[in-house]
Design a protein around this ligand. Structure first.
Ligand SMILES: C[S@@+](CC[C@H](N)C(=O)[O-])C[C@H]1O[C@@H](n2cnc3c(N)ncnc32)[C@H](O)[C@@H]1O
Length: 360
């Protein structure tokens, strides 16, 4: 990433902040001016650039989250209240660059975005009902974040749905309004333990400002969330060594009906992305289905692979793909979501083929 690329990204976010967030717009406006005037910010970016390679889009994403972490936990626990003005951000940037720049660098170099959104698991709830209607199933969630999704997909009997469904006959809403599939065993895997309070604090810093309005209550809420449940076992494992999962007998090979990987692969280096897609197959039984949901596309040169270059600011670039032995391991695109918040869904390019055999 170059300073010019970062400036372009910042200018774009200042004009069109994600989900129209006013605090985010003010942050990027102040940052834009600083990038032209303040050498301290430029030297901070240079230091980060020498320690970690990433796209300017991902850098900007992490920059806001790292700044939010410093503000929330060191400067002003009432954040985002009062941060709708550019002046407030200019003042805050000064404080950060004076006293907290090392911490900001450490966070951006070491961390990945961690937002965990239960609605992302609506696709899993839907697919489990369609693919395994009469079975109690075994599921693995790779890159589970705070481990809130499996509970939402399987153990919450009735969910309150605020979903705009553009599929024919609103099929998604029809299926989701019934009780979920039954779960035999669920494995939730991540390299960071969701019961660690520091991990929870970082997840909080990764949310949009307008999702942080009542932070104190949210911290208490998150602190009380159970990370382990009888049917949902957390496994601490880095996915870059996924083979250790079966070698160390944490999950038996060929045992899962569904392996779900949401919003995790786009964060990884390209070589690791295709390795994980291939290795995850090893966890599936012969009827098992791999579901990847991410800012991805089916690789036109190799439909057994996905690419992850899509911009997360582009509407409907967050998508759900399935693949299985039965599909010859070719990926099929089932859903397109308006954003990673999953409040609006439309049919993916392979929907008609997928939906033609569904009987209600
Ligand atoms: C954005 S969160 C997604 C959480 C949840 N799946 C969702 O979609 O709401 C990405 C998660 O992937 C995890 N992750 C990223 N790279 C990983 C790796 N190499 N091994 C294990 N977990 C990883 C991160 O720790 C983080 O919890």
């Amino acid at each position: 990433m170059t300073i010019e690329e970062i400036k372009q990204e910042v200018a774009e976010h200042a004009l069109h902040p994600l989900s129209g967030d006013l605090v985010m717009a003010a942050f990027y406006k102040a940052t834009k001016i600083l990038l032209d005037q303040d050498d301290r910010l430029l030297s901070l970016i240079k230091k980060i650039n020498s320690k970690r390679q990433m796209s300017s889009e991902y850098f900007n994403n992490l920059l806001l989250r790292a700044v939010q972490n410093v503000v929330l936990f060191s400067l002003d626990a009432n954040y985002p209240l009062g941060f709708e003005s550019q002046d407030r951000w200019t003042q805050t940037w000064n404080e950060i660059l004076e006293k907290h720049s090392d911490r900001l660098i450490d966070l951006i170099v070491a961390k990945d975005t961690k937002t965990t959104v239960p609605e992302r698991y609506l696709s899993l709830r839907f697919l489990a009902k369609i693919l395994f209607p009469h079975k109690s199933i075994i599921v693995a969630d790779l890159g589970c974040g705070l481990n809130l999704g499996l509970d939402y997909a399987f153990l919450t009997k009735h969910i309150v749905l605020d979903l705009k469904d553009h599929t024919a006959a609103k099929l998604v809403l029809q299926i989701l309004s019934s009780v979920p599939s039954s779960l035999k065993v669920a494995h939730a895997v991540d390299r960071e333990n969701p019961s660690d309070f520091e991990v929870k604090k970082w997840e909080l810093s990764c949310r949009y400002p307008n999702e942080l309005i009542n932070v104190k209550t949210k911290l208490q809420l998150i602190a009380s969330l159970p990370a382990n449940q009888e049917k949902i076992k957390f496994i601490n494992q880095d996915l870059s060594h996924l083979e250790e999962i079966w070698e160390n007998k944490k999950i038996s090979p060929h045992s899962c009906d569904i392996v779900f990987v949401a919003t995790a692969i786009y964060q990884m280096p390209p070589k690791l992305q295709s390795k994980i897609i291939l290795q995850a197959r090893n966890l599936l039984n012969s009827h098992g289905v791999l579901v990847v949901q991410d800012f991805g596309r089916i690789d036109p040169k190799n439909p057994e692979n996905l690419t992850f270059k899509a911009s997360f600011a582009q509407p409907f670039s967050y998508r759900t793909f399935i693949t299985s032995q039965k599909l010859g391991w070719k990926f099929k695109e089932i859903f397109r979501w308006s954003s990673g918040r999953c409040r609006e869904v439309m049919e993916g390019s392979d929907w008609n083929d997928f939906a033609k055999d569904i009987k209600l």
